[in-house]
Design a protein. Structure first.
Length: 325
């Protein structure tokens, strides 16, 4: 089931079906406790049970049929949109020209949704911050036919991101699962440079590979990546992120990278500290580095329980990746 359809399905269950079931249970208890009016042969109790039975029947018909209809319509519409998006994403995976187009597209959609979200930003600034959600999935590439990592390797980073964004931003990260790519990755997709060279190399074979496997691995809800709204952030596992910095105090390893709105993905090495993916997701939402060692966006030696400033929280919630549905 497409993620958006699953979310709608869960919303119907939580907001419609469960409250009615709660009322039914309360009505059942009320009917059991209802004293019998013998003068009308317990007509009051019969009426109470009649209401309970009718509500159960109506609820079952409306909710069951309603969920089925919504699911079918949602799945059909999502599939059609995903097919169209798949074709577009294949075009975007063409080296150079596709890379340039997707860079422009990603920034245009980011700016559009930021403008649309100005009212929500204003509400957030005065403290009105309803729960939002962000979709995050993982892709593991192949090297010589073998995955370079496992889901178990990357899951601590995902779980930490879920915990941090829930606690700090009132944002639910919806984990879209891990997919292993079906084809071997070129060197440019396994060894990623987090500098100007890395920016432009995304237009070449490495970036094209990531875009292609994103289209195949993450076919479902691919239309979100094209339209931008609620675009899934793909955590791409790589073998090495460069450059590592050597100083007299020692060598600082770069273990993750993000080019903000340029890409719908971030890259991380599989085994470093658990807050790395959360840090890179922050970059994808326009957060820059800070010199506060307790902050999630401090560039090295990430804190065990990092924080975010109020302004950083607003930026995250304002991102195109952070939506209400």
């Amino acid at each position: 089931m497409a993620l958006v359809c699953r979310e709608i399905h869960e919303w119907i269950e939580q907001q419609i079906e469960r409250p009615i079931e709660t009322w039914e249970n309360q009505q059942e208890q009320r009917c059991r406790a209802e004293p019998c009016n013998w003068w009308c042969l317990c007509c009051n109790r019969w009426f109470c049970w009649l209401v309970w039975v009718l509500v159960r029947i109506i609820r079952w018909v409306l909710v069951t049929v309603g969920k089925w209809v919504v699911r079918v319509v949602c799945e059909v519409v999502s599939f059609v949109l995903d097919v169209i998006a798949f074709v577009i994403n294949l075009i975007l995976s063409i080296p150079i020209i596709g890379g340039i187009i997707r860079t422009i597209l990603n920034w245009v959609t980011e700016i559009i949704w930021r403008v649309v979200g100005l009212f929500d930003l204003a509400l957030g600034a005065i403290g009105i911050r309803p729960r939002k959600r962000m979709y995050v999935g993982v892709i593991i590439p192949l090297r010589d036919g073998t995955p370079i990592a496992t889901e178990a390797d990357i899951l601590p980073q995902i779980n930490k991101a879920i915990e941090l964004y829930d606690r700090l931003c009132n944002v639910k990260i919806v984990y879209a699962g891990t997919c292993t790519a079906g084809i071997n990755a070129p060197s440019g997709a396994l060894n990623v440079s987090c500098d100007a060279g890395g920016f432009f190399s995304d237009w070449w074979v490495g970036g094209s590979y990531i875009e292609f496997v994103s289209s195949t691995c993450k076919f479902s809800d691919g239309w979100r990546r094209v339209l931008g709204y609620g675009a899934e952030i793909i955590v791409m596992v790589v073998a090495n992120v460069e450059p590592d910095t050597t100083t007299p105090a020692g060598t600082t390893s770069t273990v993750g990278c993000s080019f903000a709105s340029t890409h719908n993905y971030v890259v991380v090495e599989a085994t470093p500290g658990p807050a790395v993916a959360a840090h890179e997701i922050g970059h994808a939402c326009w957060l820059g580095h800070t010199d506060d060692s307790a902050n999630l966006m401090w560039p090295s030696n990430l804190a065990t329980n990092p924080t975010l400033t109020d302004g950083q929280i607003l930026l995250v919630r304002w991102s195109k990746h952070c939506v209400y549905f």
